[in-house]
Design a protein around this ligand. Sequence first.
Ligand code: 0A1
Ligand code: ZN
Length: 856
Amino acid sequence: MSEFTPRYLADYQVSAFTIATIDLTFELDDTATKVTSVMSVKRQGSGNKPLILDGEHLILLSVKVDDRLLSANDYYLSDTGLEIPVQSDEFVLTIITEINPRDNTALEGLFKSGDAFCSQCEAEGFRRITYYLDRPDVMAVFTSKVIADKGKYPYLLSNGNKIASGELDNGKHFVQWHDPFPKPCYLFALVAGDFDLLQDSYVTSENREVVLEIFVDKGNLAKAEHAMASLKHAMAWDEETFSLAYDLDIYMIVAVDFFNMGAMENKGLNVFNSKYVLADTESATDVDYYNIEAVIAHEYFHNWTGNRVTCRDWFQLSLKEGLTVFRDQQFSGDMNSKTVSRIQNVRILRSQQFAEDAGPMAHPIRPEKVMEMNNFYTLTVYEKGSEVIRMIHTLLGAEGFAKGMALYFERFDGMAVTCDDFVNAMADASGTDLNQFKRWYSQSGTPYLKVRESFDPQTNVYRLTISQHNQAGDLSETQRCLHIPVKIELIDADSGIGQQQLLELTEAEQSWSFEHYQAKPVVAFLEDFSAPVKVDFEQTDLALEVLMLAASDGFCRWDAGQKLLSRYLHKLVLEPGYELPASLNTIFNKILQQDSDPAFTAEQLTLPAFGEVVDQIHQVDPLALVTALKTLKTFLAEGLQEQLAACYQNCREKTDLSHQQAIGNRALKNTCLSYLAVLPGADAMVAAQLGNAANMTDTLAALNASAVNNLAAFDRQMSAFESKWHDTSLVMDKWFTINAGLNSEDIFERLAALLEHPLFCIKNPNRARALIGAFVSANPQYFHCQTGRGYQFLAEQIKRLNEINPQVASRLITPLIQYKEYDLLRQQLMLEQLKGLRALPQLSKDLLEKLDATLN
Ligand code: 0A1
Ligand code: ZN
C-alpha cells in the first residue's frame, strides 16, 4: 500500500469486502471537522483477509466493530490507510475521524472555498474524509447528516433527497440527506454555505417533476440564468436522443471559486467551478457562454454515463469520460453550429492531445499503469476517448449506436463495469464485429495514414491507397493494425459533384478503386475528422483550393485551408526569407467574400495555432515559428487590408441579428480585427472598438489585439479595465491572462509584479492558471526565449505549487515534459529546469510520476 508504487490494470482484483450502506455525520468546523461514519460491511468470497481501508491526512478518533471499541493494538494505522484484521463476515463498522478543511489547499476531500465548505472526491478524495474502501466498484447507499452554524451556513447540502432538518443548540442546525442510488464514494458530495439560489423545475418525459437549483455567491443570481437554461436543454436533449430521463426529484448545482477542474458530477449535487456557471453579456464572452452550456451538459449527462453505470476501476475512466465528452460534443453541435463545434474539437485534439500522445506521459485511452490517478484526467482519456466513441458511432450509424446505448443500460444499470463491456454492448446490439476496433483502447500514440492516389485515363479508374503507421514509422509487434473509419468524398473536377463514402481501413495497407471518372477527382479526405489520426497526403495547392470552396463537408473545407496555411508556415520556418505566393491572398479573399456562416468564415481565416504547427515540424525552433506566424499574418493582412476592413465595418454595422447570428458576426469581426491590428496605425481602431464595446467578447478582442501587438495605449486600457472590474473575480482572471500575453521585452518584470498584485492568489487554481498557464500557452515568444527565463519562471511557480496544490502544479508542467518537440537549445534549457524540480525535497506523487517518466 506504499504511496509511491504504481498500480497496474492487470492486477485488478475484486474487493475482499463490500459496503452496502454508509451513514455519515459531519460536524463542520474550519480546522477540526468531525466525521462519523457508520457502515454495514460484508465479506465477499471466502478466506479471512483483513479489511484494508484507504485513508490519508486523517486524525483517527475511534474505531468500533459492531459494539466493540477497538484499541490501537487491534488495527494497523499508516499514512495511507487502516488495516483491521476482522474475523466476521458481516459487521457494522463505526469510524470517527477529524479533518482540517481550512488547510486543505490541495482541494481534494473537504476544503474551504472562500467562506463555504465544499468537497471533491473524484478520483480518490474520499479517503481524505474518512477511512473507506475508496474504489469505484464498492457501491453503497449514502445517508449524510450535516451539522453547522446556521448563521454562517444556512444551506447544508449533500446527495439525493432531503429527509430531515432541524435546529440544534448554540445556533447550529442540521440537514440530513439520503441518496437511494448505490454509488461509489467518488460521487459523494457535501456543500455548506450562504448562497443566492436560482430555482426552476423540469418535468421529465417520465412525468417526474424535478426541482432544479443553482447556488451561487451572493449577488450573482442573474448570472446563473444561462446555466439554468443550458441544464433544461441538456435534460430535453438526452430524453430525445437516448431516451434517458433524470431519476431524482432534485438536481442541484453549486458554483464555487476554488476548484481544480471544470466541474464534478456528484449524484444530484454537481459542484462547479464558477467559471462554468456565471455569465452575463457584460462580463462573459461568447466562448464562456458556449463552454458553460457544454460543461453543464457534460455533468448532467454523467448522471447516466458515469453515475447509473460507473467504472469498475480507474483504468476504465474513459468508459465514462470518453462517452460523456462525445455526448456533450453532440449536444453542443446540435445547439450551435455543428461544423464550427467540430472544428473546435479537432483544434484541441491536434494542438494538445497529439502532443500528449507523443510525449513521455503517452498512454492508451485505457491506461495500464498509474501512479497518481489525478494525472490521468487527460486529453487522451477525455478527447481521444470521445473520438473513439465517435468512430463507433460512425461505424454503427446513429441508429445502431442508439441501440447499443440501450443495451448497455439494460445490461449494466447500477453496476461498475469496463470499457470492454461497453464495446461488447455496441457490437451485440448492432451485429458489428468490433474485436479489432478494441485495439484503440490499448494502443497509445497518434496513428498516421499515408494516402496515395492514381488515375488511369484509359480505364477511367481512380485508385486510392491508404496505409496506416504508428509514430515510430512502421507497425511493430505491439502496435497492431487498427480498425479506422475513413469518410471521404470524391469531387468530380468538372461538374463539382461529389460522391461520399465510408471506407473501413483494417489492414496495414488497402486500396479502393472508383470507376467512371473522366478526370482525376479531388478527394476530401477524413470528412468530419472521422478518426483521430494524422494524414500524410500530398495534395496540390490547387486541389486544396478546390476543397476549400467545394467540399460538401464543412470540416474538410476548413481543413484544406489549414493544410495550405501550415504548408506555408512550414516553408517560412525552414527558410525565413521565403516569399509567399500571391495565390494565398486570392484564395483567402474568396473565403472572405463567400456567402457563408460568418462563424465558419472566421474559422477559415484563423491561422493554425502555435501548438498545432509545433506538432508538425520536427524539433522546431519555437521563435522561428513565432516569426513565421507573424509573417504569414502580416502578409495576409497587407494583401487583404481593404477587404478585411470592409468586412470589419460591415460586421460592425449589422443589427437585427438573432442571438446565434450575432455570435458569428462578432467572431468574424474580431478575426478581421486581429489581422488589421498587426498593421501600422491600428491603435485608433482598437481604441474605438474598446470604447464602443457593449459586451465582453468585443472588449477582450480589442485588449488582446493591444497586448499581442504591444500597442502604446495598452497600460492605460488595462488600468481602466481593472478599475471597472476589480471586484469581479472571473473577469479579473481575464485581466491577468491578457497581461500574461503582452508582447513586450519587460514581460518578466511585469510577471514578477503581477505575482505581487493584491488580487493574485496562487491558492486559487483559476487565478494561478490565468497568469502562469496563460503566459506559458499564449506568449510563446517569451516563454521560449533563448535565455531560458520563461522556463525558469514556470519552474519557480511549479515549485511553489508543488506544496500548495499538486494537481495544478502537475498540469502546468506539461510544456516542459514535452521538451523533445523543440530544438536542442530549448531541450537543454527545459531539461535543466526539469532536473531542478526532480531534486525538490517534498515532491508530490503527481509531479514525481511525470518527472520520472520524462527523465528516466
Ligand atoms: N469527473 C469530472 C472531472 C473531475 C475529475 C477530477 C476532479 O478532481 C480531481 C474533479 C473533476 C468531469 O469529467 O467533469
Ligand atoms: Zn466528465
